[in-house]
Design a binder for this molecule. Structure first.
Ligand code: PMT
Length: 397
């Protein structure tokens, strides 16, 4: 990690002593570390300990940082290649989720354009609390990297998830994150979310896609070094930082946004749940309720991914197959019919996979191979899928 710059934030928790070892490992790898502590953290470890290990003064106060002509708090935020808060207490996570800036570390999290990782560390009951779970989920949806926690014996005597990851594990995450990406210099276009096909000014046909899988892929591709454009249907998610988002509503709008951009793209990933049909005659006014049956005439929408793979200079293309039965058979048919380089077969009838869930499982198929990505968090599945796409893309070019 030669010459990389890491800003380590330490909050009040017994695991703060482990951060000393993390600093040592980072320094040994040739990177530079600056440490910021909250007031509560200084109750557990003396700033002098981190100062001695990092070779730099430790920042504890926002006014302190501003008074330091060498680096004020905005400069500190800009200086870092990566910011990691380890340990991140439940209180800190709650404040960060709400955008508080009442101490230096929180201010830096708000002011940073760079990636921020947190290593949660707290009592297992506090971690399991819905408030904490909700806070962590929110931060993850804003592209904050969530590293840990570990499961095991805790300082308070409890056992369960809540321990901070060990310094060696955290160091590996930092090193992996900062190592050259597998998709460095590549442009990736991803579709995500549902489409909405209007019936009249107030009604539409849509589906259960939340966009979580596609957004996780955009984040993973960005982390792998790619320039990422995300063409997204209407979802309730923030764009991952560093990713350009184009918001669309209908399948036709999604098609136009993709076709306009696809010429400059190396890899296209079609994760959106595009409506196969749209209403032929969209009513100009709200359709009035009567006691009679009504009929909606539906016509097929353009197949976006097939249009892309028909292009003369088609990008490397990964499609998805959302299936409720005969998963692999239907996926292979789509791989061939849509002329894809790879397809991710997604069983969508089960609760933990596919639409709306936080987890997923995919069988990824390409013409001469396949790999199962077993049930895991969508962010982790996305990371594994992007690694596999990079591997297959490099093998094909
Ligand atoms: O968004 P989440 O809640 O996280 O859920 C994720 C997901 C289940 C939506 C996702 O993992 C997934 O399976 N996406 C594909 C959904 C889908 O529409 O599959 P399909 O089998 O109907 O379509 C096959 C492929 O053709 C897909 O790549 C699709 O994007 C593409 N397609 C389909 C129709 C169309 N008109 N144009 C397309 O490009």
């Amino acid at each position: 990690m030669l010459k990389k710059k890491i800003l380590l934030g330490v909050t009040g928790g017994i695991a703060a002593y482990k951060s000393a070892e993390l600093i040592r490992l980072i320094i040994k790898s040739g990177a530079e570390v600056r440490v910021v502590m909250t007031k509560a953290a200084t109750e557990f470890v003396q700033p002098l300990t981190y100062q001695a290990l990092s070779g730099h003064r430790v920042y504890t106060d926002i006014f302190d940082a501003e008074a330091d002509s060498a680096m004020d708090h905005i400069e500190l935020a800009r200086w870092a290649d990566l910011m990691i808060v380890a340990p991140a207490s439940a209180d800190f996570i709650a404040k960060m989720r709400n955008g508080y800036a009442d101490n230096l570390l929180l201010t830096l999290c708000l002011a940073s354009k760079q990636p921020v990782a947190i290593a949660p560390a707290m009592n297992q009951q506090m971690y399991a609390n819905r408030a904490t779970q909700d806070n962590i989920k929110q931060l993850a949806s804003r592209a904050v990297l969530i590293w840990g926690p570990d499961d095991g014996e805790q300082a308070c005597g409890d056992t369960g998830p809540g321990r901070m990851l060990e310094p060696t594990e955290l160091f590996e995450r930092v090193a992996e994150y900062l190592s050259p990406g597998k998709l460095d210099g590549k442009n990736v276009l991803i579709t995500a979310g549902p489409t909405r096909e209007p019936i009249d000014p107030v009604r539409y046909i849509s589906n259960r896609s939340t966009g979580r899988m596609g957004y996780a892929l955009a984040q993973a591709a960005h982390q792998a070094g790619a320039g990422v454009t995300l063409v997204s249907g209407p979802v309730n998610l923030d764009a991952p930082s560093g990713v350009e988002r184009i918001s669309v509503s209908s399948a036709i709008e999604m098609r136009d946004a993709v076709i306009e951009r696809v010429a400059k793209v190396d890899i296209f990933i079609a994760c959106a749940a595009v409506s196969d049909y749209r209403v032929e005659q969209v009513a100009a006014q709200k359709i009035k309720k009567t006691t009679q049956k009504i009929k909606l005439e539906l016509i097929p929408n353009p197949d976006i991914v097939s249009e892309v793979t028909r292009l003369k200079n088609k990008p490397f293309t990964l499609g998805f197959a959302a299936e409720t039965e005969k998963l692999e058979q239907h996926a292979v048919e789509k791989l061939q019919r849509k002329n894809l380089d790879m397809i991710a077969a997604n069983r969508v009838a089960a609760e933990q996979t596919g639409f709306e869930s936080d987890t997923n499982e995919l069988t990824v198929i390409w013409p001469d191979g396949q790999r199962l990505l077993t049930l895991n968090d969508k962010n982790e599945i996305a990371k594994q899928l992007i690694d596999l796409v990079a591997e297959r893309y490099n093998a094909s070019s």
